[in-house]
Design a protein around this ligand. Structure first.
Ligand code: ATR
Length: 269
């Protein structure tokens, strides 16, 4: 079998090995997929070692996606614009870096859940690496307007400016959301990991909105629960995105796109 892995820190709770094992079984592809805990200052060495041992491909997760972007020889256009790499293809010709997170989000949101982004007003909360990574794919769906709102406004401004050529993308701070209404709200903050909710103003109108949380958990995320209490029409978590981005990586590595629905179902179970 050919060797694949996910690198991150922490990595113990990564679902990627389970997802790729299910993909391998489904497609009959001869692959193994393991988790590798990489020391914070040891990313470059870990990739070199994996490559030297015959490894064929990597997924990269927190906090190494930016470093991965720098460690590859070539990048796909979407990885270039995302400023982050979550998938590396290793061949004799070198390392190709891609980013499948944005496609994963769009496939889950639009294909699996039937949520329309095109010609809609979209709000994305947060302005870290996770948000930057998915924005090019969201903008490619041609929303009427995509607003990036962040606690620290300057970070949202910087991303909006850097992606301005991809569509109508604007930035603001959280208090400025008072009085606004969006068709879809995507939570890309890491507030959940700190047991918090983003401080959204009371005047933000949630009624009828679809919310999507980039994170997921066994129970509904704090953000999804909050949104439903506020009258959101639907609240979706990021499990489907995780499986979709994995399928896109598998496609890059093996040339076959696995079916995602049974895998999402297995993970929900
Ligand atoms: P990641 O790579 O996961 O995106 P990050 O770059 O640290 O991580 O970004 C985390 C994002 O979550 C940031 O937008 C952060 O806001 P700031 O830029 O103001 O720090 C946002 N965030 C984290 N905790 C938050 C909270 N309690 N309320 C609102 N936003 C929060």
């Amino acid at each position: 079998p050919e060797r694949y892995a996910v690198m991150g820190n922490p990595i113990a709770h990564s679902q990627s090995p389970r997802i790729h094992a299910l993909f391998a079984r489904q497609t009959g592809e001869p692959v193994t997929y393991e988790r590798i805990l990489v020391p914070i200052s040891g990313f470059a060495a870990a990739v070199t070692e994996f490559e030297a041992s015959g490894g064929r491909g990597l997924n990269i997760t927190v906090p190494f996606k930016l470093q991965a972007w720098a460690e590859v020889d070539r990048r796909t256009a979407r990885a270039e614009r995302a400023s982050a790499v979550n998938t590396i293809v290793i061949t004799a010709a070198g390392r190709l870096g891609d980013n499948t997170d944005g496609t994963g989000l769009v496939r889950d949101l639009c294909c699996n859940h039937g949520v329309r982004v095109q010609a809609r007003r979209i709000l994305i909360l947060g302005a870290g690496g996770a948000v930057h990574g998915v924005l090019p794919a969201l903008l490619a769906e041609t929303p009427t307007e995509l607003v990036i709102a962040n606690r620290t406004r300057a970070r949202a401004d910087a991303i909006a400016t850097s992606l301005a050529d991809l569509g109508c993308v604007t930035a603001c701070g959280l208090p400025e959301l008072a009085g606004e209404h969006f068709d879809v709200i995507i939570n890309g903050t890491s507030a959940e990991l700190h047991g918090e909710l983003p401080a959204l103003p009371k005047g933000l109108k949630i009624g009828g909105t679809t919310v999507y949380d980039l994170v997921y958990g066994k129970a509904p995320t704090a953000f999804c629960s909050w949104a439903l209490e506020q009258g959101a029409a639907r609240a979706l978590d990021g499990l489907g995105m995780l499986v979709e981005q994995a399928a896109e990586s598998f496609l890059l590595w093996r040339g076959i796109r696995p079916q995602t629905a049974p895998v999402i179902q297995a993970l929900r179970g």
